[in-house]
Design a protein around this ligand. Structure first.
Ligand code: NAP
Length: 342
């Protein structure tokens, strides 16, 4: 490990604004002090990424997501194991392993991926798939992992290619873009709902067969039922968009709900459930079982075309994160943002 750790550090006095700046930290300030604690590892971080939740944390708009300051953000990371604490099974982690971490409260309750060194429990590690370098792993990142979990939820509920059109909301954002592409590439007919009137070309390039304004869903939200259009739904918006999607889902359809970009309350008539048997499936990437994660990453790594991923991705360095975070919340996501850490 180098003599210091370069990190994006967030500081906050009482209820004041969050201040973000790049700084050099003494390694002993990391969790564990001078060395990784028992059961933990040290990772030389190559890349992190900027997700919606990171944007909330970095700008201070996230309320209670982070309670203790100073804090290093970054809810995901890709890097190389450089030291292993006592009691770590060598089959779980060894020096030199190429790994990634998403969720598990990284960047929320534990210092995160936006620093050249991170210390995390060995049990949080996933081996980085061999066909993904660190940059592409984080171009996928938490958003890609969540998009794959949503696709898996649809498949688990019996929504197979050919079942009918699958709707994706928030389609220009990180989770939405990758869900559109994954679903289209696996043979689904995809409708992409967006609030961006200029996004149709980009969404068709990702594989969407149809693009609709998100207002069309919001207008349906107060109805008990609307025309049955969707065999399945991946929803990142919540609120009225999710309500509109539910009332327009076909009998036995599955709605995978993972996000709150448009609202965290759901006010909807129950008719989709009792009259059409629609299934509302919640998706949580943070505490998704570790044993299942390598399989999710393997499906994700092969499900996304590398050149499509590269076109979706913008790169910033640590110093560029605060401006990118404000921009993401102000304009909505535009694909994915990778953070170059080292
Ligand atoms: N459950 C989980 O484990 C999990 C994991 C990752 C993310 N998430 C959640 O998923 C959501 C999306 O995350 P992300 O990283 O993809 O964020 P993102 O890149 O910022 O994308 C969010 C998208 O939501 C749409 N949107 C913005 N404001 C909206 C509004 N007022 N009403 C409806 N839609 C709106 C926009 O797409 P259009 O302009 O195309 O409509 C925007 O691009 C967030 O709520 C995030 O917290 C949950």
């Amino acid at each position: 490990m180098s003599a210091t750790v370069r990190a994006l550090l967030l500081e906050r006095d009482d209820d004041g604004p969050v201040r973000a700046g790049v700084t050099e930290l003494a390694p002993a300030t990391l969790p564990g002090g001078d060395a990784p604690a028992d059961g933990e590892v040290e990772v030389a971080v190559a890349r992190s990424s900027l997700n919606y939740k990171d944007a909330l944390i970095v700008t201070g708009a996230g309320g209670p997501l982070v309670r203790d300051f100073p804090h290093v953000p970054g809810i995901d990371l890709a890097g190389t194991v450089t030291a292993v604490g006592a009691g770590v099974d060598p089959s779980v982690a060894a020096v030199g392993d190429e790994v990634l971490v998403t969720g598990c409260w990284l960047g929320e309750r534990r210092w995160g991926g936006m620093a050249t060194t991170a210390r995390v429990p060995a049990s949080w590690l996933v081996r980085r798939p061999a066909d993904l370098d660190a940059a592409r792993a984080m171009a996928l990142g938490t958003a890609g992992f969540t998009a794959q979990l949503c696709c898996d939820a649809l498949a688990h509920g019996g929504v197979a290619p050919g079942s009918g059109t699958v709707l994706v909301t928030g389609a220009t954002g990180g989770v939405g873009s990758l869900a559109v592409h994954l679903l289209a590439r696996s043979g689904h007919t995809v409708a992409a709902a967006t609030g961006d009137p200029d996004a149709a070309g980009r969404l068709h390039d990702l594989g969407a067969a149809e693009v609709l304004p998100r207002a069309e869903l919001e207008e349906l939200a107060a109805r008990p039922l609307a025309s049955a259009r969707w065999a399945g739904v991946v929803d990142v918006a919540g609120g009225a968009v999710l309500a509109g999607a539910l009332v327009s889902t076909a009998p036995r359809g599955v709605v995978a709900a993972c996000g709150i970009a448009g609202g965290r309350r759901l006010d909807v008539d129950l008719a989709p459930f009792f009259a059409r048997g629609v299934v509302l499936a919640g998706v949580d990437s943070v505490l998704h079982p570790m044993a299942d994660r390598p399989g999710v990453w393997a499906r994700l790594a092969t499900g996304v075309e590398a050149d499509v991923l590269d076109r979706l991705t913008t790169t910033v360095d640590l110093a560029g994160v605060p401006a990118a975070a404000h921009d993401l919340l102000a304009r909505g996501g535009r694909g994915r943002t990778v953070v170059t850490v080292a």
